[in-house]
Ligand binder design. Structure first.
Ligand code: SF4
Ligand code: SF4
Length: 169
């Protein structure tokens, strides 16, 4: 039959000798490759004991910030939710009552604030959209979990601790 291409290779079908039947050359070749890799610089790291440095532009878990007096900065304006391409942020606004000035910086605050981390693509648009410097993306990697509900971060999960309360302890 006429060849279609000249890429065909003639296979040596001569019978194997004793050494080849005992796989000795193949074993020696395999071991030499393994030994060669033992002394090479590894490209993997022993996570979690060793951690690679993150890129300077890495964006991780969100936080809700407080001002210097410990009051919540978020005024529930909804701009972060509007900017979010993944529609991951939901909130409910509430009016600040007299005497709550130390809790909430503005007259309106987020009574409920949630981020669905399963939707979030960590783009940082919410941070950029926020006029009150209230929401930030940190360098913390989102921890793994077994349930979908645990990836819905509520206000209590996001809000940083009040620095004044910490200091007074
Ligand atoms: S980082 Fe991006 S996707 Fe995640 S909540 Fe903010 S705007 Fe939405
Ligand atoms: S986090 Fe910022 S943008 Fe989002 S609702 Fe609060 S104040 Fe508005």
């Amino acid at each position: 039959m006429e060849k279609l291409t000249n890429k065909s290779v003639q296979i040596n079908r001569s019978p194997l000798n004793f050494m080849e039947r005992a796989y000795l050359p193949a074993l020696a070749k395999g071991l030499s490759i393994t030994l060669g890799h033992v002394f090479k610089k590894t490209t993997t790291v022993s996570y979690p004991e060793v951690k690679r440095p993150f890129s300077p532009v890495f964006r991780g878990l969100h936080i809700l910030n407080r001002d210097e007096n410990g009051a919540e900065r978020c005024t529930a304006c909804g701009l972060c939710a509007l900017a979010c391409p993944a529609e991951a942020i939901t909130m409910e606004a509430a009016e600040r009552k007299p005497g709550e000035e130390h809790l909430y910086r503005e007259e309106k605050y987020a009574a409920k604030y949630e981020i669905n981390m399963l939707r979030c693509i960590f783009c940082g648009y919410c941070e950029e959209a926020c006029p009150k410097d209230a929401v930030y993306l940190t360098e913390t990697v989102m921890p793994a979990n077994y349930s979908r509900e645990s990836f819905i971060y509520k206000k209590d999960d996001l809000l940083i601790p009040d620095p004044n309360k910490k200091a007074s302890k």
